[in-house]
Each structure stands twice: as structure tokens, then as C-alpha cells.
Design a protein around this ligand. Structure first.
Ligand code: NAD
Length: 273
């Protein structure tokens, strides 16, 4: 399992499994257990996904030592607005059945509070309840504001990113500041034709790989962590098997050229939740 070292020395596996829209507790439990059994050591959840308890139970029942698993959860917007960050992480830890997470992310840049919330995130970090802290859906202008007051530089910015939304500017900005970019919706969240795009499938054929593997590989090769979601064993295995081939510079460029700024989720400057 390839690992990346974040700006505070913490190591994160470059491929994780995401569990958004896996609300059913039993399905979430089985998915995480399955993912761990096929080799995943990085799980991405959030308070708002409603499955922290199932994730924590699956981690425990897996028999794998806690310190071998990289666990991310996120501070939801309402808790950011209310300023109850200490309470929110405590509640997440309780549901997860652990005394720390590896990464705690501010889920969205809530306009009124995204700057002030960072001081409270730093308190969480100093308490040891999160081994690393970061943000999600932050644009460079949000990070510019945050960095003016930050003592701790965010370790990660988790952003929507797949070939039709390549996010080159945000990624370049993050890299310049030592913030590691992480892609959510890396396969297009089941909402586009990216998995049957002929450029992608053509490249996949030359490597004897699937379209999903090529897309994940593209992000890994440009230094972006990926957290694809699946609840099916074959796909979980497939999405993890992305380190045994290399895309050529030309193939990387062909994929990057597919960018059409096609956002499938909300815009970080304009969301209503
Ligand atoms: P994704 O791009 O990972 O797509 C998941 C869908 O792709 C699956 O439901 C399945 O239909 C399909 N799929 C998965 N593996 C496949 C394969 N090998 N072949 C063919 N199809 C396959 O989308 P996502 O779930 O939205 O994003 C991944 C994770 O990112 C989430 O589970 C969550 O953890 C995180 N996320 C974070 C935010 C945020 O705001 N920070 C937002 C959305 C998602």
C-alpha cells in the first residue's frame, strides 16, 4: 500500500474507501469490513453520512489494529456555524468508538465562519483527538484567508476532482502551500459518462486495466489522493489495484485535456446546506 507523508509527518495511504451515501448501518458495516479485508487501510467518512457508528464497529470487528487504519471524518456545517467544534469531534469519536481520528476536515467553507473555525480545529489538533487537520471544498481564496491566521497549515484539501473537473488551479495552489490535494467523487460519482469515455477506455485497453483504474491512476500520478466509493467486493479490489501500472506523459495529458469544468456537486462559493 503506497503511503504519502503529509506536511506534519503523518502518513496516509494514497487510496482510501469513501462511504458517502451508504446510510444503511448494516451495509456500511459490511462495506468497511470488506474493504479492510481486501487491503484498504484508509476510510473516509463524515458526521453527515450518518454511518460513523457502523464504520467504527467494522474497524473494531476487523481485528486490525487501530493504528494501522487511517480514519478521516469531517466537521459538519451546522457544527461549524454553532461554533461547537470541540463537541462535534467528541461526538464523532464516541460514535466511531475511538479516541482519535487520523484526519479531521472542515467539510465545507461556510461563508460566515470558515476563517474562525480554523482556530477551533487547531485546538482539536493540539488535543491529540486528530493526528492531522485539514479542509474540504476550499478554493484558493478560502485558503488565502485561512493561512493568514493559521498556526497549523491544513494537511489536506479534499475537493471534487475527476477528469471532467481536473482542478488544476486548486491543486497547483495547494501544492505550493504544502497542502495535499485529495479527490472526492474521483470516478464521477456515478453521474457522468466518464467511465465509458473513449479516451479513457482506449487508454484502459492498452494497459489491460479498467476505466476506473485509469482514472484513479491519473490522479495518483499527479499527486492527488483518491477515495473512491464502492460497496461491491470486485470493485473495491479493482479500485485498490492501481499501483502496478504507469500512464505515459501523453496519456496523462490526454486525460487532463478532458477537463470541461463540469462540477457534479455544489460549488464551494454557492451551496445551501
Ligand atoms: P465516486 O466518484 O467514488 O463514485 C462512486 C460510484 O462509482 C459508485 O457508487 C459506483 O456506482 C461507481 N463505481 C465505484 N467503483 C467502480 C468501478 N470500479 N467501476 C465502475 N463503477 C464504479 O463518488 P463519491 O462516492 O461521491 O465520492 C467518493 C467519496 O468521496 C465519498 O464516498 C466520500 O467519502 C467522499 N466525498 C466527499 C465529499 C466532500 O464534500 N468532502 C463529497 C462527496 C463525496
Amino acid at each position: 500500500m503506497e503511503k504519502i507523508t503529509l506536511n506534519n509527518g503523518v502518513n496516509i495511504p494514497s487510496v482510501g474507501v469513501g462511504v458517502f451515501r451508504v446510510e444503511d448501518a448494516q451495509v456500511a458495516y459490511e462495506t468497511v469490513k470488506l474493504a479492510l479485508s481486501v487491503g484498504y487501510r484508509h476510510i473516509d467518512t463524515a458526521m453527515i453520512y450518518g454511518n460513523e457508528e457502523a464504520v467504527g464497529k467494522a474497524m473494531k470487528d476487523s481485528g486490525i489494529a487501530r493504528e494501522e487504519i487511517f480514519l478521516t471524518t469531517k466537521l459538519w456545517n451546522d457544527d461549524q456555524r454553532s461554533g461547537k467544534v470541540a463537541e462535534a469531534i467528541e461526538a464523532s469519536l464516541k460514535r466511531l468508538g475511538t479516541d482519535y481520528v487520523d484526519l479531521y476536515l472542515v467539510h465545507w467553507p461556510v461563508k460566515e465562519t470558515y476563517k474562525n473555525v480554523w482556530k477551533k480545529m487547531e485546538e482539536v489538533y493540539k488535543s491529540g483527538k486528530a493526528k492531522a487537520i485539514g479542509v474540504s471544498n476550499y478554493q484558493p481564496h478560502h485558503l488565502d484567508d485561512l493561512l493568514q491566521i493559521a498556526e497549523v497549515i491544513p494537511a489536506v484539501d479534499q475537493i471534487e476532482c475527476y477528469p471532467y473537473l481536473s482542478q488544476e488551479a486548486v491543486i497547483a495552489y495547494c501544492k505550493g502551500k504544502g497542502i495535499y490535494p485529495e479527490a472526492w467523487g474521483p470516478l464521477g460519482a456515478g453521474k457522468t459518462d466518464i467511465l465509458v469515455n473513449p479516451i479513457i477506455t482506449g487508454i484502459a485497453t492498452t494497459h489491460g486495466k479498467s476505466a476506473a483504474q485509469v482514472i484513479l491512476r491519473w490522479n495518483l500520478q499527479r499527486g492527488v489522493i483518491v477515495i473512491p466509493k464502492s460497496i461491491h467486493e470486485a470493485r473495491l479490489v479493482e479500485n485498490l489495484s492501481v499501483t502496478d501500472f504507469t500512464l505515459t506523459a501523453k496519456q496523462m495529458e490526454e486525460i487532463s485535456k478532458l477537463d470541461k469544468n463540469l462540477r457534479l456537486g455544489s460549488h464551494p462559493d454557492n451551496f445551501n446546506f
